[in-house]
Design a protein around this ligand. Structure first.
Ligand code: GDP
Length: 473
């Protein structure tokens, strides 16, 4: 594809890559930095995708109100530790999820759906707690319509209860209070109700407008009542989506599965996700190979508020990443690449700032020599030694380069670990980082720089050491 876009011969591009030490076949993916190198080598101009391009490809149009249809509400359970969040989620699931036809094994995929006695479908997020809720929000995915605040009747409003209240308020999500453990002799539901007054939560029983239900996850008492109250609250909210458009969703959880590759549970927020759809999700992209519902069954499509496991990703996204279905694979790949690069640049800049700050702070603190820590990996011992010698000559009374580690071979994860711990950049001389090292470096904001000319490397480090510390290093 790169050859295609440059209007060059594939064989020539592969050859150029090999000359740069990358043994690739023509269908192999290469990272943006390498592509840029090759493009320049061929004398072409690099044009990376911009935010505006991304927005154009991703269908941002407002839905025609006439096409909106009601969708199930999405519920997150929050509250203080040990007040019974997990127990309530499990009790609801066990009581309400009719085991699927395919063997009747319910799967924990991060979310599940239940039907209330009055026939209303509800979607529960299976990861309780406000950490998940907040991290999803911080990544731009507001998936929750209703928060169930769990407070144990034998305890009271506790620090994390207050946090949960604040999170729900910040997200402007309505709350329903589940007063749990009401089976206990020591239970005092009214204390919970009055406690909540201090946090401006006035429950129905005290003539307020926040629904409150007494429940016991242990005996199951009150759980149906809780579900009906959720359904009631949902009706008031008038929750809608347009099932007849390309899908938009949010990643609830994702992992790399040994047998199945990267797997993500996606909650469809709008539109309908179908097998064969091409999508971009955060910095990853893919084509839906299979969709699996919360009962372990393969399904052909998933509409609004339906959680499904998605197979067919090219990498593992993060919880809270937004999924958008796009037209072509080229678009999906381009957007994913663009985001990946943008995120990398941002992390590198952030990492650099800390390093510089820390160096200066250290210098001021002990009025000592400032050390610029670096890691070096080279293709052969001779180069590695030459680089170390050159590095040791750099510096003056104030700044000194300190080679933390110099070795031969590809840049590995353990190099990245060391670099991260010391806030050092990693220099690769005629070697590259392997895939896992690249991923870790991206995650940790460790900068990797590649060189094939020793003088270039030395010049960059000199520039950094001589107080010209640009944001590059
Ligand atoms: P979480 O930390 O909020 O998820 O709380 P858990 O669901 O793990 O529950 C904490 C403890 O409280 C566990 O030992 C549960 O068995 C117990 N528990 C939860 N709900 C009830 C309940 O309704 N009644 C009683 N008696 N114990 C409960």
């Amino acid at each position: 594809e790169l050859a295609n876009r440059m209007a060059e011969r594939v064989a020539d591009v592969v050859k150029a890559l090999m000359q740069n030490g990358m043994m690739v076949t023509q269908n192999q993916s290469i990272d943006a930095d390498t592509a840029e190198l090759i493009i320049e080598e061929f004398g072409h101009r690099v044009q990376r995708v911009s935010d505006a391009d991304v927005e154009q490809v991703i269908d941002m149009v407002q839905d025609d109100p006439g096409k909106l249809k009601p969708r199930p509400p999405v519920i997150t359970v929050m509250g203080h530790v040990d007040h019974g969040k997990t127990s309530i989620l499990d009790a609801i699931r066990n009581a309400k999820v009719v085991a699927g036809e395919a063997g009747g094994i319910t799967q924990h995929i991060g979310a599940y759906q239940v039907t209330t006695d009055s026939g209303q479908l509800l979607t529960f997020l299976d990861t309780p707690g406000h950490a998940a809720f907040t991290s999803m929000r911080s990544r731009g995915a507001q998936v929750t319509d209703i928060v169930v605040l769990v407070v144990a009747a034998d305890d009271a409003v506790m620090p994390q209860t207050v946090e949960a209240i604040n999170h729900a308020k910040a997200a402007k999500v309505p709350m329903i209070v589940a007063i749990n453990k009401c089976d206990k002799p020591s239970a005092n539901p009214d204390k919970v109700r009055t406690d909540l007054l201090q946090h401006e939560i006035i429950v129905e029983k005290l003539s307020g407008d926040v629904l409150d239900v007494e429940v016991s996850a242990l005996t199951g008492k009150g759980l149906d009542d809780l579900l009906e109250n959720i359904a009631l609250q949902a009706e008031l909210l008038d929750i809608q989506a347009n099932p007849d458009r390309s899908a938009v969703g949010a990643v609830i959880e994702a992992q790399l599965d040994v047998g199945r590759g990267p797997v993500a549970t996606v909650l469809v927020q709008n539109g309908t996700l179908r097998q064969g759809d091409i999508f971009v999700v955060g910095e990853q992209w893919g084509k839906v190979r299979a969709l699996i519902n919360d009962q372990g069954e393969r399904v052909k499509e998933a509409g609004p508020s339906v959680p499904v496991e998605v197979l067919g990703l090219n990498g593992t996204p993060e919880a809270g990443d937004v999924m958008n279905v796009v037209e072509t694979e080229a678009q999906a790949r381009e957007i994913a690449e663009y985001r990946h690069q943008a995120a990398k640049d941002k992390r590198a800049a952030a990492g650099a700032a800390t390093t510089l700050e820390q160096l200066l702070a250290k210098a001021k603190a002990d009025e000592d020599v400032v050390e610029l820590p670096i890691l070096v990996k080279a293709d052969v011992q001779g180069s590695s030694e030459a680089i170390v010698q050159a590095m040791e000559k750099i510096g003056n009374d104030e700044v000194r380069v300190r080679v933390l580690h110099a070795g031969v071979g590809a840049i590995t994860e353990s190099d990245i670990g060391l670099a991260e711990a010391s806030n050092a950049p990693v220099f690769g001389f005629n070697v590259r980082a392997n895939a896992s090292a690249r991923n870790t470096a991206n995650q940790k904001g460790v900068e990797i720089r590649y060189y094939s000319v020793i003088y270039d490397l030395v010049d960059d480090v000199k520039a950094a050491a001589s107080g010209l510390l640009s944001n590059e290093i």
